[in-house]
Design a protein around this ligand. Structure first.
Ligand code: DX5
Ligand code: ZN
Length: 218
């Protein structure tokens, strides 16, 4: 998994022109879709009907990041919609292993997300049930925040546990990813990078993606 994956977040895109916004990121590896319910995080975005439509029109795989309460109840429907991966927060899930199995059974990759203040150690034993570990590098809820360097040791510890186990679990980082911070995250062991403002805030989003890719690989 040395290859670097860039997943632009459409949180920073124009929600009224999503089809055109998706065309601007054709060189991305997947589209990161942030679902917020105003309970788990203090912000509200889009829900299942809109995500289903994005899935229908997108040529790229969709990577849903569910920042919602009670993912045990709501996440399986996102897998049913045909998304490539569905990531839920461990802080919100009542039964993360059961939920991950449910997502995989429905054909999606299962992702487990941790807020910056959530330790990874209690969840390492669950990794055989997961395809991806999302380590938040900002407090979830808003785009455009600064990357939290305090999360780097956690990325390192997770990467070394995953490497030691030989499990094919990707490490995604999300929040404050720029051409500069992506280097530190990659060096710590992350291999999937979400970027919202760094991609959609750029004049040429596809050029920003290739700059991020290059930066992660150096
Ligand atoms: C924040 C979201 C992120 C957000 C990242 O809670 O999960 O995906 O879009 O935005 P940037 O890259 O601007 O920090
Ligand atoms: Zn996200």
């Amino acid at each position: 998994m040395a290859q670097c994956c860039i997943h632009p977040s459409i949180l920073s895109a124009d929600f009224v022109n999503l089809e055109a916004e998706l065309r601007k990121i054709s060189s991305a590896d997947a589209v990161h879709v942030d679902v917020m319910d105003n309970h788990f995080v203090p912000n509200l975005t889009i829900g299942l009907p809109v995500v289903e439509r994005i899935q229908e029109i997108s040529r790229l795989p969709l990577d849903a990041h569910l920042m919602i309460a009670d993912p045990d109840r709501w996440a399986p429907a996102y897998a049913d919609a045909g998304l490539d991966s569905v990531t839920f927060h461990v802080e919100a899930a009542a039964a993360p292993v059961r939920l991950a199995r449910e997502l995989r059974k429905r054909g999606a990759k299962a992702g487990m997300a941790l807020k910056p203040g959530t330790a990874v150690e209690p969840y390492l034993d669950l990794l055989p049930e997961m395809d991806m570990l999302l380590i938040m590098t900002v407090e979830p809820g808003f785009g455009g925040q600064a990357f939290l360097d305090v999360t780097l040791p956690k990325i390192r510890r997770a990467a070394s546990a995953i490497a030691g186990s030989g499990l094919p679990v990707a490490i995604q980082v999300d929040g404050g990813v720029t051409e500069e911070t992506i280097q530190r995250a990659a060096e710590a062991g992350a291999n999937v990078f979400v970027a919202g403002s760094a991609v959609y805030g750029a004049e040429d989003p596809d050029a920003a993606i290739s700059a991020l890719r290059k930066s992660a690989e150096t």
